[in-house]
Write a protein that binds this ligand. Structure first.
Ligand code: C2E
Ligand code: CA
Ligand code: CA
Length: 658
């Protein structure tokens, strides 16, 4: 870049000693150079200001009892005050850490103070020389030369400041000497100007040397942090940047995402096309990564074909996915090297700070683990560490559930269904439990969703059916068993097969079995659902519609379906008294049920008030803790035995209150 003289002059006046050289440092390096310049001046400022004070006092003594004494006293007062102020300022900064970079303001201040001090000293020969005695003249010349040399030395790193200090003094002194009139005085004045010019020349070259040293050092440092091939930051710089990012997470909670990349078939490219082609691929990879990311993102090459990215401010999965998708897409277009086209996709692993870790190595390991998962699953895509963990947890839970089925950790408990108002027990609902070896007894809500997601629900459902029938087989004959069937299980042929197998051998009468299905299982494809239900009913199995009042299907929708019983949901039962609308709806449904030929069972009855209300509406059956909590089969056995002995055909009163 060619610079005009004016531009160079402006750079020089802002303290850049290299303004008239070819090197143009960038702003970061310029800031570091300024810091070194200012720090050096600061170091010299206390001795320099002490010298100024001593010199001012010397002049004061020399000019005692002359006509100038009062003016010189004022002058000395100003000089001593300014010097003391600058000394105190420097002292207050002495304990602070020296800055690594400085703005042009620091330089400007140095120039202003140098000019002020220079003007004070330049004024002495300019105004007091003419009338002075030869002794005092000698003192003034000596002091002026001393200040010229000392000031140049103290300000040697900032040529513009040195010039600002020296110029008024040399002008004042040369002018005063020349005014003496003799030839030798003119010669002396010229000599003074020439010497000062030489002095400033020395100052300038000293400052240039210093600035060049800082510049080279900064450049070497940058080179040590940059990958020579791709010009991306290297591993050293990457680690430094990441530790800064982690510090920001800790201090301000500013999260970020760490992306680890791996080229999917770089090795093949390298082996078949040679290293120089491989190098060009890497350069292209760097530029695609840079293009696909934002300016605030930090892309680095860690080694070989390993790249990484620190994505600032990305701390949620969605943003990370968007960025990862964009990067994956950037690698879908072919690379063209030596006229040959080939695809080289990129695999990504992502860890997010702070959720996936707050330690550099841990975070790297997590991103690497996610990358490994991507490579195993589908190259050219991405994996979030959080998702992978979720998948792993699910896989291990899947395995545990499979084992539970094999090791008989699953168990059924039974809750009685009581007829109102006779209080006769008409059957039991089978409810599933998992006796987990470590976590204890688990409720269905804790593992049925997992079973549904993993597809294990069909096997588990079949087991529940068999087990429920096996147990109910030993009960008094009038008692039915009801089994819950989840929505996913309902449409799977396994259910149909198991049912047919169980009821077709004729040992357990189908009418004693009831399936509980929720509305959600039946909505959607209504015709298919109806056909399935009809099929089950033709086998003799009864159908109950479970959890009524929680689903979203319309009443007309479900009333259209063939079922035998409607179970009012626990949440609904709990509201019958509190919310008049719920009570009214229960009444209406009960009223309809007789005409439509189904019975109503209220679930989750817990209080006598709820029971009284239900009885009053004409509700036929109820279930709930008021009668009994679900019990294991063995706990039911004594009641059956007693009932068989007494020849009673029901369990009236037995299960009335827990
Ligand atoms: P659900 O079919 O509505 O079952 C009734 C739930 O209410 C049971 O919870 C039962 O223990 C609880 N309960 C009964 N009376 C009361 C009461 O008075 N107060 C309160 N607060 N709760 C009461 P559980 O056993 O946790 O079962 C939860 C759900 O899991 C069941 O809801 C059912 O949808 C499902 N489930 C249970 N066993 C199976 C199964 O074998 N297969 C399938 N697919 N789902 C099952
Ligand atoms: Ca149920
Ligand atoms: Ca229910």
């Amino acid at each position: 870049m060619k610079q005009t003289f004016l531009a160079r002059w402006r750079r020089w006046s802002r303290g850049d000693p290299m303004a008239f050289r070819t090197l143009v440092p960038d702003e970061e390096i310029a800031g570091r150079i300024r810091a070194v310049q200012i720090n050096a001046v600061m170091r010299n400022s206390i001795p320099m200001m002490s010298a100024a004070i001593v010199n001012a006092l010397t002049l004061l003594i020399a000019m005692r009892e002359t006509s100038y004494e009062p003016i010189i006293q004022n002058w000395a007062f100003v000089v001593v005050s300014l010097a003391s102020f600058l000394m105190l300022r420097q002292r207050s900064r002495a304990n602070k850490q020296r800055p690594q970079s400085a703005s042009t303001r620091g330089i400007r201040n140095a120039v202003i103070y140098a000019l002020a001090m220079g003007a004070l000293w330049g004024g002495v020969p300019a105004f007091f020389f003419v009338e002075a005695t030869s002794d005092v003249k000698l003192v003034i010349v000596c002091l002026s030369i001393g200040m010229l040399c000392g000031g140049s030395f103290a300000l040697a790193t900032i040529p513009v400041a040195a010039t600002a200090f020296v110029a008024p003094i040399v002008v004042g002194a040369a002018f005063a000497i020349a005014r003496e009139g003799a030839f030798v005085d003119h010669l002396l004045a010229v000599l003074l100007v020439v010497y000062t010019a030489v002095l400033l020349r020395a100052v300038s070259s000293h400052a240039i040397q210093l600035a060049t040293r800082v510049y080279n050092h900064a450049r070497d440092e940058a080179a040590a942090q940059t990958d020579a091939l791709t010009h991306l930051p290297n591993r050293v710089s990457f680690r430094r940047h990441m530790s800064e990012a982690l510090a920001r997470v800790r201090r301000y909670g500013e999260g970020f995402a760490l992306f680890c990349f791996d080229l999917d078939n770089f090795k093949t490219v390298n082996d078949t096309m040679g290293h120089s082609a491989g190098d060009r691929v890497l350069i292209e990879v760097a530029s695609r990564l840079r293009d696909a990311t934002r300016d605030v993102d930090f892309v680095a090459r860690l080694a070989g074909d390993e790249f990484a990215l620190i994505a600032a401010h990305i701390d949620d999965d969605e943003d990370a996915r968007t960025l990862a998708g964009r990067i994956n897409r950037a690698f879908q277009s072919p690379f063209v090297i030596d006229g040959r086209e080939f695809i080289c996709t990129i695999s990504i692993g992502i860890a997010i700070a702070p959720v996936d870790g707050l330690e550099m190595d841990l975070l790297m390991r997590h991103a690497d683990a996610a990358l490994y998962a991507t490579k195993n699953r589908q190259r050219g895509t991405f994996t979030l560490f959080g998702d992978r963990q979720h998948a792993m947890r699910r896989r291990s839970e899947d395995q545990a559930l499979r084992r539970a089925l094999a090791d008989r950790e699953l168990q059924l408990v039974f809750q009685p269904i009581v007829e109102l108002p006779t209080r006769r027990t008409t059957g039991f609902e089978a409810l599933l439990r998992w006796n987990h070896p470590e976590r204890g007894l688990l409720l269905p809500a804790e593992f049925i969703p997992l079973a549904e997601e993993s597809g294990l629900i069909d096997e588990i459902g079949a087991w529940v059916l068999r087990e429920a029938i096996r147990i109910a087989f030993g009960w008094p004959e009038h008692l039915r068993v009801t089994v819950n069937v989840s929505a996913l299980q309902f449409r799977n042929p396994v259910l149909d097969r198991t049912l047919r197998e169980l009821v077709s051998n004729g040992r357990f009468p189908a009418r004693r079995l009831e399936l509980e299905l929720t509305e959600s299982a039946l909505v959607g494809d209504n015709v298919a659902a109806r056909d399935l239900l009809q099929g089950f009913r033709q086998l003799g199995v009864r159908i109950a519609l479970d959890d009524f009042g929680t689903g979203y299907s319309s009443l007309t929708n479900i009333l259209d379906l063939p079922f035998d019983r409607l179970k009012i949901d626990r949440a609904f039962t709990a509201n019958v008294l509190a919310t008049p609308a719920c009570g009214a709806l229960v009444k209406a449904i009960v009223g309809m049920s007789a005409d439509l030929n189904f019975r109503i069972t209220a679930e989750g009855v817990e209080t006598p008030e709820q029971l009284a209300f239900l009885e009053q509406t004409g509700c036929q059956e109820a279930q709930g803790y008021l009668f009994s909590r679900p019990k294991v089969a063995a706990e039911l056995e004594p009641m059956f035995a007693e009932c068989r002995e007494s020849g009673a055909s029901d369990l009236r009163g037995r299960l009335r209150v827990v």
